[in-house]
Design a binder for this molecule. Structure first.
Ligand code: ADP
Length: 199
């Protein structure tokens, strides 16, 4: 299956991406994670991306698209994948559609996690990650940057919802609830109800 997970910062995309990709047996490909790995590894790509990420802005499409194309060319992507954080602009969506068309492939489903903005701000300002045994705040989770990321989402990423709706691919999922509840809703939207339900 080829799935795109859409949703604003703080909607729980990363968490759900890991669980759902695990259930489906496909890799979860997170552009944010790939960028962060490159930033910590101080690669050329990381040094370029960091400036944009720290400002809460998007990394330019040409950098991001080339990186995703490389990732999708890896053998583990053959059986499908779950994209988390890509596409994030209409231009990226068009590039992805073009690459898939060339391969004679298409997306199976686009899942949008919906959370109201007030709740997103609450979640992001309290979010911490475990790094080397310590809980730290992500540089781009600082309040000013959070506001900018939400604005960028509204302006540049939210239009993808209509883009995929017109293609008949979109499922909007209420992402308020426990992690398990949200996973169950997503699995149902993917036509796999009960797979995440251990009971
Ligand atoms: P979140 O969804 O919580 O904002 P991500 O981990 O998905 O966080 O992304 C963090 C940052 O990485 C973004 O704010 C942006 O700068 C960069 N980034 C991630 N994916 C993309 C993308 N598809 N296009 C451009 N920039 C991206």
């Amino acid at each position: 299956m080829r799935i795109v997970l859409l949703g604003p910062p703080g909607a729980g995309k990363g968490t759900q991406a890991q669980i759902i990709a695990g259930e489906l047996g496909v890799p979860a490909i997170s552009t944010g994670d790939i960028f962060r790995a490159n930033v910590s590894g101080q690669t050329d790509l990381g040094l370029k991306a960091k400036v944009y990420m720290d400002a809460g802005d998007l990394v330019p499409d040409e950098i991001t698209v080339a990186m995703v194309k490389d990732r999708l060319a890896e053998p583990d992507s053959k059986a499908g994948y779950l994209l988390d954080g890509f596409p994030r602009t209409i231009a990226q969506g068009e590039q992805l559609r073009g690459s898939l068309e060339q391969l004679g492939q298409r997306l199976d489903r686009v899942v949008e996690l919906v959370v109201e903005e007030e709740e997103l701000v609450r979640r992001l300002s309290g979010r911490r990650m475990l790094v080397g045994g310590e809980w730290v705040q992500r540089d781009d989770d600082k309040p000013e940057t959070v506001r900018r990321r939400l604005e960028v989402y509204r302006e540049q990423t939210a239009p993808l919802s209509g883009f995929y709706e017109r293609e008949g691919l979109l499922s909007r999922i209420d992402a308020i609830g426990t992690i398990e509840e949200v996973t169950a809703r997503v699995m149902t939207a993917l036509g796999q109800p009960g797979r995440s339900d251990d009971s």
